[in-house]
Design a protein around this ligand. Structure first.
Ligand code: BJW
Length: 228
């Protein structure tokens, strides 16, 4: 038996990491088309690097919160009963891992990793990136980029996600606005398969009407309550 949990920026909001679309969110202050597309990186690589270098620093300074910790406990308690938590996150931060989650599927990549556009090698990366950064694998400069999924790029691990959705007994979405596809479509898919669906969010998301049940409140309270 698998429980499928999809998390979004809202789960990390109380750790001090900004969301994208809430008032004051990143995409309210910055144009995603100038920062989060492959075309933007080709046009203005230093501007894109500066944005992600700041974000990387923010993630380094943030700590996991009670909601991340509750999901790590849920994973362990399900595993002890021969069951599985499939934790699929849209977040590029590493707060699930730092809270103790063992298996996390990062469908939009990871900020604390870098990838070489020349040779494809990807590595853990905590330091700032620039056009001067040399790829540790091929030595080429100028091609290192954050290992995240930008608009127009294919999200990662879609086969594993599909398989987990196929065998899920429950679908839970936490702290995501339901504005970005394909993740926004998972609830419709779960619902069509007859799987119960639950939303946890500060307020109803764009896809709220597709959930069977919901808890509205801050993730640090709502997620531990849901798990316990
Ligand atoms: C709290 C809380 C608290 C706050 N407690 N809750 C037209 C129709 C359909 C699709 C498209 C379309 N035009 C273009 C597309 C495709 C596009 C897309 O969806 N665009 C939309 C904007 C319409 N998608 C793509 O391009 C994707 N690729 C793709 O589609 O490939 C083709 C394909 C085809 C078929 C199958 C599969 C693939 C790629 C999307 C990449 C998204 N990248 C980003 C940036 C990552 C790097 C970075 O971090 O900079 O990913 S954008 C950004 O949005 C980030 C997030 O992961 C993603 C989702 O955001 P999230 O997590 O939902 O955050 P928010 O801010 O939106 O919401 C926060 C929520 O938390 C709110 O609801 C709050 O209420 C709540 N909250 N505090 C609980 N304390």
């Amino acid at each position: 038996m698998t429980i499928f949990v999809l998390t979004g920026a809202g789960i990390s909001a109380e750790s001090g990491l900004g969301t994208f679309r809430d008032p004051g969110g990143l995409w309210r202050r910055f144009d995603p088309m100038r920062l989060a597309t492959p075309e933007a990186f080709a046009r203005e690589p230093e501007e894109v690097h500066a944005f992600y270098n700041l974000r990387r620093q923010g993630v380094r300074e943030a700590a996991p919160n009670a909601a991340h910790a509750a999901l790590a406990r849920l994973e362990a308690s399900l595993a002890a009963r021969g069951r599985r938590l499939f934790l699929c996150t849209q977040n590029v931060d590493d707060l699930h891992e730092r809270a103790g989650s063992r298996t996390v599927t990062h469908m939009h990549g990871e900020l604390m990793r870098a990838r070489c556009t020349a040779c494809g090698a990807a590595r853990d990366w905590a330091e700032p990136l620039s056009l001067d950064t040399a790829c540790p694998a091929c030595g080429r400069r100028g091609g290192m980029r954050p290992d995240v999924v930008w608009f127009g790029e294919m999200p990662l691990h879609l086969e594993a996600i599909d398989a987990a959705l196929d065998e899920a007994a429950l679908f839970v979405a936490i702290g995501t606005s339901g504005a970005v596809y394909p993740a926004a479509g998972f609830v419709a898919r779960a619902r069509a398969a007859g799987i119960p669906t639950h939303e946890i969010n500060l307020a109803p998301s764009d896809t709220a009407g597709l959930f069977d049940t919901a808890t509205y409140g801050p993730a640090t309270r709502a997620v531990p309550d849901f798990v316990e």
